[in-house]
Design a protein around this ligand. Sequence first.
Ligand SMILES: [Zn+2]
Length: 138
Amino acid sequence: MTTDRELLTSGGLTVTMSDTKIRVPRHLSEDQVALLRSLLLCQMAVHADQAAELRATADGLTGQMDSDSLLERELAETSATRFMVALLEARVALRRLDEGSYGICEVCTTPIPYERLEAIPHALRCVSCPAAPAGKPG
Ligand SMILES: [Zn+2]
């Protein structure tokens, strides 16, 4: 929580706290972690842009009552929400990266293979663990 706030107030610069060492999950090399981190940061930027753009589209259609506009607005809002969720997922993954729990399946604690993380940098689970049950986020 505090880390996020510090990151925001310092304009996105890396906060260097006295004894904070970046912990690297044991099955990933430092290079791999660096790459995954930049993938996540890039994802966050792209998703934030897309969400903002879709929100602007939705706002622009506010008040227009014809069915095309209503449908388009609903689609824009739904997509914007999806991008916001993706943004949060990337954020959670980055936090886990900082905490040293990144790349470990949150269900069975098996290390998630690099190949899977490269494809889905925000993955919190290994391929064997099912997605969260309906009604539960994540
Ligand atoms: Zn698992």
